[in-house]
Structure formats: C-alpha cells, structure tokens
Design a protein around this ligand. Structure first.
Ligand code: GLN
Ligand code: ZN
Length: 786
C-alpha cells in the first residue's frame, strides 16, 4: 500500500518531458518506423526513459510522481486508445489496441498493418505541441482497450515510487474531439464515456493508487453552459468511489468556472498561478480549506528561473491558512520545456544562471516545499542564489539596452502608417513594377538540397571559410534565379539557401536572442523544435539579409522579393522573456526589422515579404483577450512595414486558411499583398471573402506544397476561377501555399510550370474578354486597358 508521505506540504509534478534529454525516444521511434529497430527494443527504450524520469523526480524530492504522462506519440491519442475510440478505417476488432494500430492512427502507417489516412493533428491549446484529434460519431461505444496505464503504474510501484496516475479528463477529451456528422453535439457521448472512466479509476484503486490527476485544461476556456453541467454529471459519477481526484486546470484562470468547480466532489484542485496569478484570491476564497489546493507557482511553460523569495512571500500566508492541504507544483506539465539545463555548456554564464529547464523546475518546487515546511533558513543558500540571479537579471546590461527601450517608448502613430492609402500605393507600385494581370510568385524558399545543408553545416562548424560559403550560396541563388526566369515567374525570390530555420536565422543575427545546444521540445510524435531564448532587448547590430537580396536582384531585371520573418512569428516561436509585456518585446523586434525593411528598399529591393505564419496561433485562449492581442500584433506588423515609400510593395504570408474570425485584423495589417494557404480548402477561404470585402491584393495558394503530387494546369485554373468570384482580377495573385524547402527540384519545376501556365491561360481568357461568366464586369473593363 502506497500512502502519501505525511509532510506538511506535498510537492508534486503534473508531467515530465517524454522525449529524453538526448531525444532518445525520437531516435527509437524513427528507427522502429523504418524497420531498423524491433518492437521489444522500442518498448525497452520507453521503459528506460520512464524509469529514468521517475527516479529523477523521486531524487529531486517529489512526494507524488506522475505516471501516464509518458507517451509513444501523444497523450490525447493514448486516451482515445484507452477508451477504445479507434476509427473504423483502422480495422480494429476490439480487444487491446496494439502498438501498430496506435501508430497507424498517428501517422497513417506503421511497420505492420495497412496504410490508412491518419487522424487529424492540431495544436494543444496555445502551445506548440500538437495532439491527435479524437474522432467522434453519433452512437459511438467505448470500452477499456489498453492496459498501458495500469502496466506503467505497476512498473512505477515496483520501483518503490508513489505513483500518481495522470488522465486526460472526459470533458476535455470530448471537447478536443471532432464529429464529422454535421451538427452533432459531442457532449451527447458523455454518458457512454463515463462508465469506462469509472472502470479505469476502479482498476487504479485496486492497484492501491491514492490520488489520480484528472487534467481538465478546458476549464481555462469560455465554456458553454451545457459543458458546465457536463462537469457535474461527470465528476459526481467519477468521484463516488475510486481514488481521490485532483482536478487539474492550467494555461489560464478558472475564475469564471469557480462555482462549477467548487460544487464538484473532487478532493483536490490544481490551478496555474504562473499564467494567471491574479486568480489566487478568488480561488483561495472559494475553495474549501478541507480540500487540497495545488498551486502551480513554477512556470511550466517557460525557461526562466524563479525568484523563490518572491514566491515564498505569496505562499507563506497561504500555507499558514491551509497547512498540509496546500500542494506545490509547476504550473502545468513540463512537456513544453527542455529537459536539463546542465547539458548547456555554451550559453553565456549570466544567461545560464537565469534559466531553469524541467529538472531545475522540480528543484525549485522542492525548495519552496522545504522553505514552507522547515522554514526559510533550511534552504538559505538556495534562496540567496535565486535572489542574486533575479537581481543580476534585472540589472544585466546584456538584457537591458536603454537605447532600445527609449526607441520603443517613442513609437508614435506615424510609424505605423504607410504614406498613402492602398489604392494610391497600388497604382504607384503598378507603375513601378509593371506586373501582368494575375502575377505569379513563390513564398520564398526553394528545395533545401543535401548540398545546401552540407554547405551550411560545414560553414557553421568552421570546416569552410566565409568566402567559400558565400561563393557556394551565391551559386545556389544564381541557379534559383535562372530557374525562375526560365519558368516565367513574375516576382522572383532568392530561395533562402542560407536559412536553416526562419526564426533561427534572424535570431542568430539579432541582439537579445540566445540558442541552446540541447533545448529540444516535442512538437508532435518524434518531431522536436529547439526554440530560441529571447532574453534581452532586441537590436540589429548589422543588416541581416541585404547582401543576399542585393546580389539576387543584380542577376535579374524582374523584381526580386526581399524575405523577412515577421515580429509576431519571431516572438511566438521563441521562449520569451517574462520580465516585460510580450507586446513590448514584440515592438522591439518590429523596430529592428523595420530598419532591415528600409535597408532593403535602399538597396533597390522593390518588393519585400514579411512572413507571419504564427500570427494566428498567438491568439489568446479566451475571446475576451483577442482584441488586445490583435491590437499590438497588428501594430507590430505595421511598425515593421510602415517605413517604406508607396512604390515599395509589402507582402505578407500566412500558412492557414482559418481566416474568417480574424479577417478584419488581417486587413488591418495593410500589407499590399497577402499570400495564404488554401489549396486544400479553397472553400474555407472563399467563405471569409463572401462575408468580408478584403481590401488589398491576395494570393490564395493553388499548389499544395505539403504533398509530392504535382497539380495540373486545369486544377489550378479551377481554383483560381473559384477565387475570382470573390477577389477582383486586379488584386488576385498566383502562388503556392507555402515555401518549397521540403520539396525536390523536379516536383517544384513541374508544379510551377503548370502554375505559370494556369496564370497565362487566365490572362489570355480575360484579355479576350470572354472570361468565365461567373466573373463579372471588371475583367471586361481591363480587357480594353490591355
Ligand atoms: N518564406 C518562408 C519559406 O518560404 C515561409 C515559411 C512559412 O510560411 N512557414 O519557407
Ligand atoms: Zn507558409
């Protein structure tokens, strides 16, 4: 029997990164998928990682160790499999879901079993982690279909650990799911789901589990009232017998849900005080003293070391009132953090000293626990070090640059305004660029061949010098330019051979960003990203892209598009400093990029694209917070773009078509041209345009670059004809969905050849004045104008 150790405060954790400090799981998974590793070796790798991570948490001094946070792909998929929610196309016949059925759901294929379309994948709340969307249908049945959770609990107990199983709760699982059936209310499936959850809890109880953590992150969203009722139904059923439940919320305040939550018969509640510290008074007032309150005080989403004394000042009064029923934890699962700062040997000492990764976050939780239980004196040196680090960071000259702060403070409305309104600019740009109707262009990158990657790696490792690197890159650019001219594209790009990653390239050349060696975070399945650390005031020591752009323009008479990553995307794909508002950090990036935009213009670049693929994912979880975000995000884009003459054409690019709910903000960016992803879902985009007259030019992608398939001329023409019903010809561009870096040259050449041909046919049709009958008057007018 494992009983919670009686200490005056419990320290626990909501989840640990599963990928491994050296990305061991990534390698094992990819080897298994490609047949280089057998099943038992993969399972052994998983078991080793679990044991290693549990022991690490045990040694850190946690009282309860999360189990069930590990996954071979994704924890939402694990939950679906646990519940027997396996879509029919995977041919599952009931019984325990085997590993390859699991991987087929995730990837569409596996070493064994037939290929089938994978489940849809989407972002986990406002993180960069992606989960597999549960597929729901009317009348769906559920059945306990995996023993993995129970096996892992047994595994942890055999190691002598006090296991706290983690489950994604029924409401959140349903909320995250999707039903194909039009108008089907997925909440109707709750009654069928609860008996399986009850069965899971009963089995855990039989395993002597004391506490189960039920993750219900949707508590931080704006929920319809039926879903609140759903919480009552579910937890009244589940809390009846079975282990005690710790209801875990994170990623935001649950203040508006407090009435609902307090009425649930759960033994404990976890709240995120890193993201939403302001909710503490309300939560403390509402949540009964007799029940456990777990406070997530250490930020589980960001890499900064905590100021422990400051945290204690907040915790001590709470502890005085709640005593042993106060629990301490990181704010959310540590899934979103790199594993161990100790691996970073190349960061500047001062920066290193202000950081904490997953392992260090646990130490912080445990230090706070000791300070509360045994008094501050018991951890004096640790507290002093934390205070000293906080002070050093506040005073650091690497972090704070008065000139940058002054420049942000002086931003006035004139900086975010182009000289003239769009109509005037468009006429001037047309006079300067003389583009044909339906101009063709691409999104920036061309295939990143092995040769390109090897050259970049050799240069970074110092195996080739600057001159040789530059010579080879120029050769790549020259080839890309020549190919585009042969294809007959109208606005060219240099192809981005010098960029491995669109954020890293700029971050490495700006002050204020740092890069780790091992700071990998799971994005989905075996895929990891290594976000830069945006730690200080941002400035641009020297031009970032100008020499490449100038060289590329020198090779052609056609306009060469300058290519930049926008300020919102730079922010969104980094670990961002927490000592000033995100909006201010974003303004700093915008000002640095604004200088780059003006330098490109001065170097003779007449078209400049500012990519913002992450613009939409910055949206806050709650609608009420959208306007504030959109305000500053739009302002930052306009700051970046606003310093050029009317004749200079500003493009932006975004890779999604869910446009409808933010189309006004996208219009407010006032980019002259926007290129967006639409090839797969032209309909979604057109809906947005039916309801809103987008004022500027737009290039809806007609070539789905995510697929090796080469679209035909007819297909692309059809997409363009559909777009013409909503977008006037004079403002319609022809381009792929996104950059071409992941494709190869034969594919790209064939597809772009067809794309250019589709544009030509459209032009010919519209100059003959016999355009599609669905296209109204404007094309006939232009026919006369030639
Ligand atoms: N310019 C970038 C490219 O072409 C844009 C990438 C993106 O939208 N994610 O690769
Ligand atoms: Zn894109």
């Amino acid at each position: 029997m494992f009983k919670t150790r009686v200490t005056s405060v419990i320290a626990h954790n909501l989840g640990f990164p599963r990928i491994g400090a050296q990305r061991e799981l990534k390698r094992a998974l990819e080897d298994y998928w490609s047949g280089r590793l057998d099943r038992s070796a993969l399972l052994r790798c998983g078991a080793n990682l679990r044991a290693q991570h549990w022991q690490l948490q045990q040694q850190a001094g946690l009282d309860l160790i999360p189990v069930g946070d590990f996954s071979y792909y994704d924890h939402v998929l694990d939950t679906s499999v646990l519940l027997g929610a396996v879509p029919e196309r995977f041919g599952w016949d009931g019984g325990a879901v085997d590993l390859d059925t699991y991987f087929r759901m995730a990837r569409g294929c596996a070493p064994s079993g037939a290929d089938a379309p994978a489940c849809e994948m989407t972002k986990w709340f406002d993180t960069n982690y992606h989960y597999l969307v549960p597929e729901l249908r009317p009348g769906q049945r559920f059945a306990l279909s995996s023993s993995r959770l129970f096996d892992e609990v047994a595994e942890a107990q055999a190691l002598g650990l006090n296991a706290k199983p983690v489950l994604l709760g029924p409401l959140s699982w349903l909320w995250l799911g999707k039903a194909r059936a039009e108008g089907f209310d997925r909440l109707r499936l709750l009654p069928a789901l609860l008996p399986v959850y009850a069965q899971v809890l009963a089995r855990l109880k039989a395993q002597s589990v004391d506490w189960v953590q039920m993750d219900e992150p949707i508590l931080a969203l704006d929920l319809p009232s039926e879903w609140r009722t759903g919480f009552h139904t579910a937890y009244n059923r589940l809390a009846a017998d079975g282990p005690r439940l710790l209801l875990a919320s994170y990623f935001g305040a649950i203040t508006s849900m407090l009435d609902t939550v307090v009425a649930l018969p759960v033994a404990g509640l976890h709240v995120d005080l890193a993201r939403a510290p302001e909710q503490l008074p309300a939560v403390h007032a509402a949540w009964p003293q007799a029940r456990v309150l777990s406070v997530g005080v250490i930020d589980g989403r960001n890499v900064w070391r905590a100021d422990l004394e400051q945290q204690l000042a907040r915790l001590e009064p709470l502890h005085a009132e709640r005593g042993g029923r106060l629990w301490l934890a990181p704010s959310c699962s540590l899934l979103h953090l790199p594993v161990d700062l100790a691996q970073e040997t190349a960061l500047p000492r001062e920066l290193w000293n202000s950081l904490a990764f997953a392992v260090q976050k646990l130490d912080e939780v445990v230090t706070l626990r000791r300070a509360l239980a045994e008094g501050r004196a018991s951890v004096r040196t640790v507290l002093e070090a934390s205070t000293a680090a906080a002070r050093a960071r506040a005073l650091s000259r690497r972090v704070h640059n008065p000139a940058v702060k002054a420049r942000v403070a002086a931003i006035g409305p004139e900086l975010t305004q182009r000289g003239s309104p769009y109509a005037v600019r468009a006429a001037r740009q047309q006079a300067a660029l003389a583009l044909p109707l339906f101009p063709t262009t691409t999104i920036g990158s061309f295939p990143q061949t092995a040769a390109i990657r090897q050259t970049r790696a050799a240069w970074k490792a110092g195996r080739i010098g600057d001159d040789e690197y530059e010579r080879r890159m120029r050769e790549e650019i020259a080839q890309a330019v020549q190919r585009q001219e042969e294809l007959g594209l109208d606005v060219l790009v240099h192809g981005e051979p010098e960029r491995g990653d669109m954020v890293e390239y700029f971050g490495e050349r700006l002050e204020g960003f740092a890069f780790t060696q091992h700071g990998w975070v799971q994005s989905y399945g075996s895929r990891c990203v290594k976000p830069p650390i945006l730690y200080g005031d941002v400035s641009r020591p020297a031009p970032l892209t100008v020499s490449w752009a100038r060289y590329a323009q020198s090779l052609t008479a056609r306009p060469m598009k300058g290519m930049l990553t926008g300020p919102v995307t730079m922010l969104q794909w980094s670990f961002v400093r927490d000592d000033q508002p995100r909006a201010d950090t974003c303004r700093q990036i915008a000002l640095a990029l604004r200088d780059e935009v003006r330098d490109l213009e001065a170097a003779g670049i007449r078209v400049i694209q500012i990519d913002e693929p992450a613009f939409r994912e910055g949206l806050p979880l709650r609608r009420s917070e959208w306007p504030d975000y959109l305000d500053w995000a739009v302002e930052c884009f306009r700051l970046t773009a606003g310093g050029v003459r009317d004749e200079t054409q500003i493009h932006t690019h975004m890779c999604y078509s869910e446009f409808n709910d933010i189309i006004a903000a996208i219009a407010a960016l006032d980019a002259d041209v926007i290129t967006i992803e639409t090839a797969r879902s032209q309909m979604e985009l057109l809906e947005a345009f039916r309801d809103y007259a987008y004022p500027n030019a737009i290039g809806p992608g007609v070539y789905d670059i995510h697929s090796p398939r080469i679209p035909t001329v007819a297909e692309m023409r059809a997409l363009l004809e559909a777009a013409r019903r909503h977008i006037p010809d004079a403002r319609l561009w022809v381009n792929p969905d996104c950059g071409l870096k992941t494709r190869n040259w034969p594919e790209v050449t064939a597809a772009l050849h067809n794309m250019v041909e589709a544009a030509r046919q459209l032009r010919a049709a519209s100059t003959r004045g016999c355009a599609d009958a669905a296209d109204p008057v404007p094309s006939r007018h232009r026919a006369g104008a030639g």
